[in-house]
Ligand binder design. Structure first.
Ligand code: ASP
Ligand code: MG
Length: 466
């Protein structure tokens, strides 16, 4: 049978000619290693292109078409500069790119007439980035002597009709992969598949959501029965902390799926757990690697029963949070206050990131994004106007800006004293902790601190990582 490798390259990894040159070298090495019988590639749009496409469409919706024209010429420059360097005199690819940019202009024009961009139209626009990058990368590989061809995932990945966040129909997709991709691989070709996109059974283009090309790589790996998936990005795998804030942050050699999920939720730049779950479930080996430092082994993502080292694995923080507190002595022992609190928040369509209630039941506090604080307090004042009048609830208040600092590690579960170490380190660092939450998964401890103290908190906790 031989082994199958799927490699996904993100936006910066195909962002310019030099980056694509690295991609070519990485694919070449994988082929030369003799380890893989089949190699398939999934690509993102060149860096910033998806943003530009969507910005053009949005501007068109508010009647500005010049914006789209300016962005189209920027995107043309970006693609053509790379193409001319990697594969000069390739009129077919130039024409393909020109045709997609014409399509961009045409859809923007239609949007400007309608004065509105539907999710379906936005997907049609957003899909163009990967449709331009894939032929470019395929051509660069071909020029380097690697037989390759671009494949439009709209012909392979079949999805539902949830535009901007479509989900695949795995059975039909599997059949398409077997009919369309597998023969290419068997013939020794490297298919270069557009990430991020798919199409409905009727052939209407959809996208899997922003950052969705990881999801594409997962879908295709499962359908191809891949042995390994390598996600190529622009950092050396998953790090213990953001190196811009914690200078001695380092790459984790391995990370469990649930640890990665916690980090992703708390805003660390790692793989989206939903997209990667199928890969983990199939026990396909998953690596995160750096296109610009390919010799570095990167991070291996392990199933949840895997063995990793150390209790605290990583620390992350996100700012822009506000603490909402509902407090009053009349809340003691009254059932339904929490349910009504969260129902009122839900009506404002606000997502809560952290909840904490001490067992004295005299206050419930939780965090919401800064921008939603006003709406949330109004909704709560409405909900509890009677209790407020009767003074059963004394106060509903919103704090100034806070950050949530999250400490992640599956090993914390079996190790007593971790919380003690964390609070000791924060105390020594002069950081005041305002609220605490630990889920019973014990895989994460979250703390709220003043926004200005978040960086110091991260550095203090990071020093505890073995
Ligand atoms: N190009 C898409 C985006 O920027 C998908 C991806 O890069 O994963 O969201
Ligand atoms: Mg991206």
């Amino acid at each position: 049978m031989g082994k199958t490798l799927v490699m996904k390259f993100g936006g910066t990894s195909v962002g310019n000619a030099a980056a694509i040159g690295q991609v070519v070298e990485i694919v070449q090495q994988a082929r030369d290693s003799g380890e893989w019988s089949r190699v398939a590639v999934v690509v993102s749009a060149m860096s910033k292109v998806t943003d530009k496409l969507l910005a053009g469409a949005q501007a068109a919706a508010s009647g500005e078409t010049v914006q789209a024209e300016r962005l189209a010429s920027e995107m043309w420059e970006q693609h053509i500069a790379a193409l001319r360097e990697l594969a000069p005199q390739t009129p077919e690819v130039e024409e393909t790119i020109a045709a997609y940019l014409d399509e961009f202009a045409a859809i923007c024009h239609a949007i400007s007439i309608l004065g509105e961009a539907s999710p379906r139209a936005l997907d049609a626009v957003a899909s163009l980035g990967e449709r331009m990058s894939a032929p470019l990368v395929a051509e660069a590989l071909t020029r380097a002597g690697i037989p390759a061809c671009a494949v439009d995932a709209a012909e392979v990945v079949v999805t539902d009709e949830v535009f901007q966040g479509a989900s695949p129909d795995m059975a039909i997709t599997q059949a398409r992969v077997e009919a369309r991709l597998l023969p290419l691989c068997e013939a020794g070709q490297v298919p270069v598949v557009t990430g991020f996109i798919g199409a409905t059974p009727g052939g209407v283009v959809t996208t899997l959501g922003r950052g969705g090309s990881d999801y594409s790589a997962a879908i295709l790996s499962v359908a191809l029965g891949a042995d390994e998936v390598w996600i190529w990005t622009d950092v050396d795998g998953v790090m213990t902390a953001d190196p811009r804030i914690v200078p001695d942050a380092r790459t984790l050699p391995d990370l469990m799926f649930r640890e990665m999920s916690e980090l992703a939720f708390y805003g660390a730049k790692v793989l989206h757990p939903k997209t990667i779950r199928p890969v983990i479930e199939r026990k396909i080996a998953l690596w995160v690697k750096n296109t610009f430092n390919p010799a570095h082994p990167g991070t291996r993502i392990l199933p949840d029963n895997g063995v990793t080292h150390g209790a605290i694995r990583a620390v992350t923080a996100f700012k822009g949070q506000q603490l909402i507190t509902v407090e009053g002595r009349g809340m003691l022992g009254v059932p339904g206050i929490a349910a009504r609190t969260f129902a009122a928040v839900a009506r404002t369509h606000t997502s809560i990131s952290m909840i904490s209630q001490a067992s004295s039941e005299q206050s419930i506090c939780f965090s919401v994004p800064l921008a939603s604080g006003g709406a949330v307090t109004h909704a709560l004042e409405d909900e509890f106007h009677r209790e407020l009048a009767r003074r059963d609830i004394d106060r509903i208040s919103a704090s100034e800006e806070f950050a949530i600092v999250t400490v992640v590690g599956a090993g914390m579960r079996h190790t007593p004293g971790i919380a003690g170490q964390i609070f000791g380190a924060l105390g020594a660092g002069g950081v005041n902790v305002i609220a605490i939450a630990q889920g019973s998964s014990e895989c994460n401890i979250s703390l709220m601190v003043a926004a200005g103290e978040a960086d110091a908190a991260m550095r203090a906790i990071h020093a505890l990582i073995e």
